[in-house]
Design a protein around this ligand. Structure first.
Ligand SMILES: Nc1ncnc2c1ncn2[C@@H]1O[C@H](COP(=O)(O)OP(=O)(O)OP(=O)(O)O)[C@@H](O)[C@H]1O
Length: 342
């Protein structure tokens, strides 16, 4: 079931949450709506679900105009970050709830619930209450419940947002595998670029109520349309007026052809990686360089080493001007790298 949102605008008072946004979501794919907090991702998802009305624009689901259809007639399954389970119902009861209110025969409900619990690996927990599950198990139950009604589309709003990093990672791998089995058209909201790059077939980057770029993870990473997309997808730094990625810089300890000279002022080991801060000779902000441990060892770099830097030919770069970080637009852990570009 494909989804087409065309020319969607939505204001809250004077605030423009979505400004003339158009998005095509292909049938059977896993699409991520990615962007900073407050950019409008959830509002767009809620408009697609029918939980929120657009001021203007249309929503088509599978070629049918759904703009005026109430949520319950759009055949969508929805999972939120904080999933509200029925506390007094068992896991099986929660998963089967949608079928029960649709008055499906008992035997059919039982069979479907069993099948779904197996799919989300919760069969042994069928008779537990939601309070007796871990956070990750509860989100899997939420997904099973959303899938129970056989929705045409599955809409997930930061479904793993409240969980710790390890569980998040496990669940996202699991969601990708689940999707490969079930193939229901799925749209999920995330502000985590790694989550989007890792599991989505298509990514829609949304910022300040507008679409910045749409593409596959590789397209976005290799050919970012603008400095915002490039800096949102990962760390960036500036060399000779170009916005580049810190691991796309070549480093040498002897003059390099068209290399920029500088001196290492900070050396930090982060797991398998070495992160350097290089003060450029002459004016300019320090440049961040990421090397593998082996590269750093081969060059014998340490704090105080004189180095030459060059951008690896063919790696993406953009003019460093016009980068609008605007407050919280860039994830916090990227900020210390991104500020060197502003
Ligand atoms: N009901 C509402 N009333 C007023 N403002 C709202 C309402 N819903 C959303 N907004 C505002 O619209 C903007 C977009 O919100 P939205 O939830 O779509 O962003 P988001 O990209 O999903 O962010 P997050 O990742 O933080 O959820 C935000 O600035 C938010 O404060």
């Amino acid at each position: 079931m494909s989804i087409r949102a065309s020319r969607i605008s939505r204001r809250f008072g004077d605030f423009v949450a979505l400004n003339d946004v158009s998005v095509d979501i292909p049938s059977g794919g896993l699409t991520a709506l990615l962007g900073p907090s407050g950019g409008g991702k959830s509002t767009l998802l809620r408009i697609i679900a029918g939980l929120e009305e657009a001021d203007s624009g249309t929503v088509e689901i599978n070629g049918q105009d759904a703009t005026r259809l109430p949520a319950q007639r759009r055949n969508v399954g929805f999972v939120f970050q904080h999933y509200a389970a029925f506390r007094h119902l068992t896991v099986a009861g929660n998963v089967g709830f949608g079928l029960k209110i649709r008055r499906r025969p008992k035997a059919e409900i039982a069979a479907r619930v069993e099948e779904l619990l197996a799919l989300v690996h919760l069969s042994p927990f069928a008779d537990r209450l939601p309070a007796q599950l871990s956070g990750g198990q509860r989100q899997r139950m939420a997904l099973a419940r959303a899938l129970a009604i056989e929705p045409a589309v599955l809409l997930l709003d930061e479904p793993f947002g409240a969980l710790d990093a390890q569980v998040r990672k496990e669940l996202r791998d699991w969601l990708r595998r689940l999707h490969d089995e079930v193939h229901v058209t799925t749209v999920f909201v995330t502000h985590d670029q790694e989550e989007a790059l890792e599991i989505a077939d298509q990514i829609v980057v949304i910022n300040n109520g507008s679409v910045e770029q749409v593409g596959t993870p590789d397209e976005l990473y290799d050919r970012p349309a603008n400095p915002f997309v490039m800096s949102f997808l990962g760390p960036v730094t500036t060399l000779a007026g170009r916005l580049v990625r810190p691991h796309d810089l070549e480093l040498a300890t002897a003059p390099l052809d068209s290399g920029v000279p500088g001196r290492v002022v900070r050396y930090t080991r982060v797991g398998f990686e070495v992160r350097l801060e290089v003060d450029i000779t002459g004016p300019g902000e320090p440049v961040t360089v990421f090397l593998t441990r082996a590269e750093a060892a081969a060059h014998r770099v340490e704090t105080g080493t004189d180095v030459w830097l060059r951008h690896v030919p063919g790696a993406p770069d953009l003019p460093a001007t016009g980068l609008t970080m605007g407050g919280a637009a860039v994830p916090e852990r990227e900020l210390d790298l991104a500020v060197t570009a502003s």
